[in-house]
Design a protein around this ligand. Structure first.
Ligand code: ZN
Ligand code: ZN
Length: 1092
């Protein structure tokens, strides 16, 4: 996509904003080389989008049809045809799946783009004289259909070329994107027809010449009961080497510069894995050792230290962490008898109290300066072997549960990683790279239980910032578990490499030596598979929680102590051993059931703490919970209630960028998880509008009213709405991608507890002992370990896996896994080359340098699996550099320097209003005077641009939408898209901001002959009230008669457009689709979040 750059003031508060010219004019008026795509690739997206929508709705059906079709073609003799067909299908499907992924994932952006493109097209059509008559033509035998005005021998086609292409695109269903790419190639000056390779296979063979990664293989046993009768007992499994992957990543300059290797970081804002406890504490990832004048200290060591008021205390070093750039130590306090809470001071504990300490478990640990560490002390944790000498022993842990101090035995603890990890000392003087691996396993089977079922094993790198981890191209595949094979067998070579990695070894990258080490940091999988990997029975077992021993009947019992009854790795190890040593199958099964254990998971022993490293996936946990709540809510609706919800839902002010959801009542069973979460964000508002006693079954109202001793049936309805609000609020907290450490964990705890109670009150039968609700109780601890909940969520990973799943049924080939890996290998290798990857000698690849520098061809390397913008094969950084160059070359340099503009790409205006549009929007004419806006505009010029002269031109243009890109941080580009009718967040002075509705987008030519773009807005005034049921703030829309707030501002003052949504605070005068205009109150929808 070509970018239109420009314009952003140095400090981005209420900044200036001018433009060269809107994109269209620019295109026409210059033969600037960046003429390419906007409207062209535009239409492709539109088309794909439509395809996709249809596709999604008919998904299951489509598949069936396809299979039939496939069967019918099975006997096809012409191999080549078949192959071609499959390839076509493959690509086609691939694209669709990808689109689907994108739709959910990159949803807003794409949708915006789609909209923009769509509008641009309309614009384009009406502007040009090339107006197409879209009426369907019918051949009635009378019209002179076979002749044409051009008298061309090709009938209605102007030439052979046009005709041939028309036939070709129709026959092969060529997508617009594919067509545009082809046109770019054909029109390129370097393109020569005589160089074309006429044999497709030959062309494809060029992939062999790429520096591909090696696809390795090994034989694995297959379960013959699961596979067709013809299958053999073993099959070949293909995989990529873990260490190869890591090497590639290190040799890719656009990734390696963004990886973080180092100690855990303690920041107020918490976003990455290295902000969590686990990274900091484990010597596999964080810093484990410091050298001081008083000796060496290793994390896990027991020490004496000075507190801030110079008392000497005992403690254990949990971790070394960076606090504002300074390395400090995080301490677990050890208490003496005098210091423990009064009610624990029993006679027993007093015995030998001088030789005893108590471990204090806190959620926020004290952090001390390294200089305050005094010396070592020897402490015997009494569940360990008795040492020959010790200063103190510890037998108990003091901890807080449900806000009360409690005490438990020392063996019930998550051991410090140092207790079970013996790592090799790295050689000195070599930089150390510790990789934090995020292992994701998804079983194809849940979706498609038949022949083509395959498990996917993926790898993500926790050293990448979240922004990169989200990108499709940064999900690396290890391999696909062949159908019928066991992950245990498949994973063996991978585990050998993990072993190697944990041990550490020297690697040479770009002629420099590094010590490469690390290990499995987190295992992500959906809920049942996560339990399998942890070696725990599934959720429906008596003890099916992988974090604690809660029995089925205690799952939602809030007083059940999940810490005292927690699962601890070292204890589970003993239990596994105990079961193994039992000598009868029956007894073994019985004991396993009692403990809720299966057998050792496939990744043992490289998961160093199976109860911490395999957190429950929040995505499935939350979506499942919400789906159940939706089901419950629907079950109590009367038929009047159902139709009322549908009516209100249809008329609801759904955020503009959302695609339409399937009908929440009729189609809720086919909802995807992302649909359920979307619905959650708006349903509280819809229910508040439409629920009354006639919409809910009276049995439920009566029973609930009595059960909860509520005064009226109406209170039941209110409670239901509030419960939806509480669930939405809790879910939003869970899916925050960046959090504030000081408040987040407490807020999350609170929100989850509120949700828990509310759900149990409304639908006790459905929510009591629901495993998904039980997970609430472990989420906060996991979030502390991994920084945020979103870091352990599989939402995006599942989308990526679906792309592969989509390919599966559309190949008949025997070596399905191999073919998939080859395809991915080619993608990743092209990406690697495009990123300027290095070879083993440190040589940088330059083969795509030309393409990357050529704006016309660059598009060839984007727009696929490796997609533009967020999913780009280019890093955003590179893109911006390219742009700067382009601007220099095309004569805009002076403009840039004059305006001191940085960090912003230029603006694109679309859908110009004609007079009827202007009048319909309540304005008078394209003239400042007549609209009475002259004074306002002059005011803006004066306050934002310090231009105080009278304006030379009073002519203005109105537009329906505008888009531009701003750079917020170094690598953080944000595309802003403003539409008339949007509610946007506007930056005010001193970091304050406000919300406003955009009424018009105005372009004016300033006295300096440059174009300026403004928005005409209506402000929302914060009236410091909140809706008592929805817990969202209420705002008042600025009245037309109120001129105390300026309504015209530079468009650059817009901070956010997505995630801002206001809905009318309806009163009794409102109906389903008509809102009372004299009611100026609006509620801010505070529940919007992005789960994937
Ligand atoms: Zn549990
Ligand atoms: Zn209303």
């Amino acid at each position: 996509m070509s970018r239109h750059r420009l314009v952003q003031p140095q400090n981005f508060k209420s900044s200036e904003f001018r433009i060269r010219a809107p994109k269209k004019i620019q295109q026409e008026s210059s033969n600037h080389k960046n003429v390419y795509p906007t409207h062209l690739s535009a239409s492709s997206q539109q088309e794909n989008k439509q395809e996709n929508n249809e596709f999604e709705h008919d998904y299951y059906e489509f598949e069936q049809d396809y299979r039939e079709f496939e069967q019918n073609h099975e006997f096809e003799q012409d191999q080549e045809f078949k192959q071609n067909y499959q390839e076509f299908e493959w690509n086609h499907e691939f694209e669709q799946e990808h689109q689907e992924f994108e739709q959910n994932y990159e949803f807003e952006q794409n949708y915006q783009e789609f909209e923009r493109n769509y509008e641009f097209e309309q614009d384009y059509e009406s502007d040009s004289d090339f107006i197409i008559n879209n009426d369907p033509k019918t051949f009635d035998g009378k019209k002179n259909f076979f002749s044409n005005e051009n008298n061309s021998e090709f009938g209605p086609f102007n030439s052979f070329t046009i005709m041939a292409f028309f036939l070709w695109i129709t026959k092969h269903m060529i997508s617009t994107a594919a067509y545009q790419d082809l046109i770019q190639i054909l029109k390129h000056p370097l393109f020569k027809v005589n160089e074309l390779c006429s044999n497709l296979q030959k062309l494809k063979n060029y992939r062999q010449k790429l520096p591909l990664m090696e696809i390795q293989s090994h034989m694995v046993p297959v379960n013959i009961h699961k596979t067709p009768s013809t299958s053999k007992e073993t099959t070949r499994a293909y995989y990529f080497s873990l260490i190869e992957h890591l090497k590639r990543i290190l040799q890719n300059p656009s990734i390696n510069s963004k990886l973080y290797f180092g100690p855990g970081i303690y920041d107020e804002a918490c976003e990455e894995f290295w902000h969590g406890n686990l990274w900091a504490e484990s010597p596999l990832f964080g810093q484990s050792k410091i050298v001081t004048e008083r000796g060496n200290f290793v994390c896990g060591d027991f020490i004496r230290y000075y507190t801030s008021n110079h008392n000497i205390k005992y403690g254990q070093i949990r971790s070394f962490i960076m606090v504002k750039g300074i390395l400090k130590a995080q301490i677990q306090q050890l208490l003496s008898f005098d210091e423990i809470p009064l009610h624990f001071k029993s006679q027993d504990r007093l015995m030998n109290a001088s030789k005893k300490l108590w471990m204090l478990e806190e959620t926020i640990l004290p952090i001390i300066d390294i200089i305050n560490i005094i010396d070592h002390c020897v402490i015997w944790l009494e569940d360990n072997i008795l040492p020959s000498y010790f200063n103190f022993s510890i037998a108990e842990i003091i901890y807080k549960f449900n806000n009360r101090w409690k005490i438990r035995s020392i063996n019930l603890r998550h051991q410090h990683p140092i207790e079970h990890l013996q790592l090799q000392e790295p050689p000195s003087g070599i930089p150390i790279l510790k990789f934090f691996l995020d292992f994701y396993y998804d079983d194809f089977g849940t979706f498609r239980s038949t022949y083509h079922s395959l498990g996917g094993v993926y790898l993500q790198i926790g050293n990448m910032p979240q922004k990169l981890r989200k990108q499709l191209q940064n999900h690396f595949i290890i391999g696909l578990v062949p159908f019928g094979a066991n992950i245990r067998d498949f994973i063996k070579p991978f585990l050998e490499e993990i072993h190697q990695l944990e041990h550490g070894f020297i690697i040479t990258i770009n002629n420099k030596k590094y010590w490469l080490t690390g290990g499995l940091g987190i295992i992500t999988a959906d809920l049942p598979q996560g339990n399998d990997i942890a070696g725990i029975l599934r959720h429906n077992a008596k003890h099916g929680c992988r974090s604690c021993y809660a029995a089925k009947e205690d799952l939602t019992n809030i007083s059940f102590d999940t810490i005292l009854n927690g699962r601890y790795h070292q204890i589970t190890n003993i239990q596994f051993k105990e079961i193994q040593e039992l000598n009868s199958n029956n007894i073994r099964t019985q004991r396993s059931t009692e403990l809720g254990l299966r057998d050792l998971g496939p990744l043992d022993p490289y998961i160093h703490n199976r109860h911490l490293h395999i957190p429950q996936d929040p995505y499935h946990a939350v979506a499942g919970k919400v789906a159940r709540f939706l089901e419950c809510t629907c079950s109590i609706l009367t038929s009047q209630g159902e139709s009322s919800i549908i009516q209100y839902w249809k008329a609801f002010e759904t955020p503009r960028k959302w695609a339409r959801l399937p009908n929440p009542i009729k189609h809720r069973h086919s909802f995807m998880m992302s649909d359920v979460l979307r619905l959650l964000m708006i349903l509280p508002f819809i229910l508040q509008r439409c629920l009354h006693s006639g919409t809910i079954k009276s049995e439920y109202l009566t029973a609930t009213k009595e059960r909860l001793s509520l005064p009226h049936q109406n209170s039941v309805i209110k409670k239901l709405v509030k419960t939806w609000a509480l669930v939405a609020k809790a879910s939003k907290e869970v899916f925050s991608n960046i959090i504030l450490r000081s408040e987040y964990y407490d807020n999350l705890t609170q929100a989850l507890n509120n949700e828990h109670h509310a759900l149990l009150e409304m639908f006790p039968a459905s929510f009591e002992n629901l495993p998904n609700l039980h997970i609430n109780r472990h989420l906060v601890d996991h979030a502390r370990n991994y920084g945020t909940c979103i870091n352990m969520s599989v939402g995006i990973k599942e989308m990526v896996h679906r792309i592969f799943k989509g390919i599966v049924p559309h190949t008949n080939k025997h070596n399905l896994e191999l073919i998939l890996l080859q395809q991915i290998n080619t993608f990743q290798t092209l990406r690697y080359l495009a990123n300027g990857g290095l070879d083993d000698q440190g040589q940088q690849s330059t083969i795509f340098a030309k393409i990357m520098a050529d704006p016309k061809l660059k598009v060839l390397l984007s727009g696929w699996y490796i997609k533009n913008h967020n999913l780009s094969i280019h890093s955003n950084e590179e893109e911006s550099l390219d742009d700067v160059d382009n601007d220099k070359n095309s004569g805009y340099t002076s403009l840039i320097t004059n305006m001191t503009l940085i960090r912003c790409s230029d603006i694109c205006l679309r859908s110009k209003w004609c007079l009827p549009d202007i009048e319909a929007a309540g304005f008078i004419s394209p003239n400042l005077h007549k609209n009475g806006l002259l004074g306002d505009i002059m005011q803006v010029y004066s306050s934002y641009y310090s231009m105080d002269q009278a304006l030379l031109s009073t002519h203005i243009h109105f537009y329906n939408s505008a888009s531009y890109t701003i750079q917020k941080d170094k690598d953080d580009y944000q595309k802003i898209e403003v539409h008339v009718g949007d509610v946007v967040e506007i930056a005010l002075v001193e970091n304050a901001s406000g919300f406003a509705s955009v009424d018009a987008i105005i372009k004016h030519r300033g006295n300096d002959k440059q174009d300026y773009v403004f928005i005409y807005i209506t402000w929302f005034e914060d009236i410091s009230r909140q809706d008592e049921l929805l817990l969202c703030p209420i705002y008042q829309l600025q009245k037309n008669t109120n001129h105390s707030w300026y309504r015209i501002h530079p468009i650059s003052t817009v901070k956010f457009t997505s995630g801002v949504s206001f809905v009318h605070n309806c009163d009794s005068r409102c109906t389903v689709d008509h809102h009372e205009t004299s009611n100026f109150k609006y509620i801010q929808n505070n529940f919007l979040f992005t789960a994937i």
